[in-house]
Design a binder for this molecule. Structure first.
Ligand code: ADP
Length: 501
């Protein structure tokens, strides 16, 4: 395959920029596509060329594979990078890209199809000795039989959509009397979200950690792993904070999990960058969950601890180069944490928030990386995922990465929309997180709007109240400047905040 000269990035926001930056470093030209809602976006200005692909709604723009392929041909781009979301795990699109004589920077359409369905993924991985969560290995067709299986596995169980993704179509069943109701809900959610109502059963692991392994494979059967990422801090079964390495993974577990991940990749002849997800129980037994056949949102933490640019590797692999990194040459250096900055109100059940970024100032300094796709004054559109940025910190060890994250969050100034930053700060200072004794139930167990309020920085209303209170109690002309008095109150308040956990 010849070297790639021009890449069309079939995505938007931070990930489009992230990919274009590496392409530019490699001397490769870039084409941005954008919807009418994203006309002013930084990814559009950053690219060498940009083409409007349609109206705001994803189905009329970022999901229009046919239009995207045509743009590629018209502009003589030779490859498409799909990023994550949108068309990244669409086997049909990957196939059409190839048929159009273009390079899809990702795995083969066959690998995508196998791993895109949780059941066929399990069947493929079953060829190797990969530990699986106990459950059914095919879609449920007979409810009575399914109930018998559920009883034999033992409640609680989880009903999952085979085509599932993004935590959707998943239902916990605690006892057999709930089975039918939860089954109906799971099926209807699966149909409405994925157009495929097939569901299966898995044992519900009650205190699990979500641990995943990054893999890279080339076209010649070489596959390596780049260690694990811990992604257990989730809301609605979706990740908010990720880190690498995991505090709960020993060198022995890492080696065993890494080997399993490579086998899963091998089971579908994988090439490109991929992620094999596992769930780990309290006794540190781990089980295969699924494989994501694309670049993952949280890939930067792996880049930080390994020094490997994953996008560069994806491009080199797509060009047909053999892997230049060997497993023996990889080591973990330091610790990295990523906080996803979503336009969401954590105090209000993480409800998405829309609005204008009235203030937007990024944190800076040693060990701080911000991958974002917004600027001050821009609107957060309602049409897409409400992620504003990814804040990544890197330190010599976990404590240092945590301290840098708290510092960076305090420097991050965002107004106009609610964000998950206060939640992320709450997590960083919680003793369960700091000690590593947490699982995917962290939010349910420890987090509430009240707890967050106690932790939060003073709002403008609070500052106003402090000033009013100060003025009201000052009978004499003010001797100390009001500002000093306010900051004294704030600093008391801050001290209390630090002692809360
Ligand atoms: P999706 O593809 O929708 O993201 P996953 O299978 O990757 O679904 O699971 C998402 C999250 O749901 C996991 O990170 C974990 O928190 C939870 N989960 C999935 N399977 C189980 C299980 N068997 N037991 C407990 N929690 C689970």
């Amino acid at each position: 395959m010849p070297p790639i000269k021009k890449i069309l990035v079939a995505n938007r926001g931070e990930i489009a920029l992230r990919i274009m930056r590496t392409a530019r470093e490699m001397g490769i030209l870039t084409v941005a596509i954008f919807s009418e809602a994203d006309r002013m976006s930084p990814h559009v200005r950053y690219a060498d060329e940009a083409v409007c692909v349609g109206p705001a709604s994803s189905s009329e723009s970022y999901l229009r594979g046919d239009k995207i392929i045509n743009i590629c041909k018209e502009l003589n781009a030779d490859a498409i990078h799909p990023g994550y979301g949108f068309l990244s795990e669409n086997a049909d699109f990957a196939k059409k890209v190839k048929e159009a004589g273009l390079i899809f920077i990702g795995p083969s359409d066959t690998s995508i199809a196998i791993m895109g369905n949780k059941l066929t993924a399990k069947q493929a991985a079953g060829k190797y000795n990969i530990p699986m969560v106990p459950g059914t290995s095919s879609a449920i067709t007979d409810r009575l039989e399914a109930k018998t299986i559920a009883a034999s596995i033992g409640y609680p169980i989880l009903i999952k959509a085979s085509a599932g993704g993004g935590g959707k179509g998943m239902r916990i069943v605690n006892r057999d009397t709930e089975f039918d109701e939860q089954m109906d809900r799971a099926v209807s959610e699966a149909i409405s979200s994925f157009g495929d109502g097939s569901v299966f059963i898995e044992k519900y692991i009650t205190s699990p950690k979500h641990i995943e392994i990054q893999v890279l494979g080339d076209h010649y059967g070489n596959i390596i792993h780049l260690f694990e990422r811990e992604c257990s801090i989730q809301r609605r079964h979706q990740k908010v904070i990720e880190e690498a390495p995991s505090i709960s993974v020993t060198p022995e577990i890492r080696e065993a999990m890494g080997k399993c991940a490579i086998d899963v990749a091998r089971s579908c002849d994988y090439y490109g960058a991929g992620t094999v997800e596992f769930i780990m129980d309290e006794s540190r037994n781990f089980y295969f969950l699924e494989m994501n056949t694309r670049l993952q949102v949280e890939h930067p933490v792996t880049e930080q601890i390994t020094g490997v640019d994953l996008v560069k590797q994806m491009i080199l692999i797509a060009e047909g180069n053999p892997l230049s990194i060997s497993q023996d040459n990889l080591i973990i250096k330091g610790h990295a944490i990523e906080a996803r900055v979503y336009a969401e109100d954590a105090a209000n059940d993480f409800l998405p928030d829309v609005g204008t970024l009235q203030t937007y100032n990024r944190p800076q300094g040693n060990g701080v990386r911000v991958d974002d796709g917004f600027e001050q004054g821009m609107d957060i559109p309602i049409y897409y995922d409400p992620m504003i940025a990814k804040l990544i910190t890197y330190g010599e060890n976990r404590d240092e990465a945590i301290n840098k994250m708290v510092r960076a969050i305090d420097e991050y100034q965002i107004s106009g929309v609610e964000t998950t930053l206060p939640f992320c700060r709450f997590v960083m200072q919680h003793k369960a997180f700091v000690s590593g004794e947490f699982d995917t139930n962290f939010v349910n167990k420890y987090f509430s709007a009240e707890n967050l309020k106690r932790e939060q920085k003073p709002s403008s209303e609070m500052l106003a109240a402090l000033i009013t209170a100060h003025l009201a109690t000052s009978l004499k002309p003010v001797e100390t400047p009001i500002n000093d008095s306010v900051s004294a109150n704030i600093s008391k308040w801050r001290t209390r905040r630090f002692n809360n956990n």
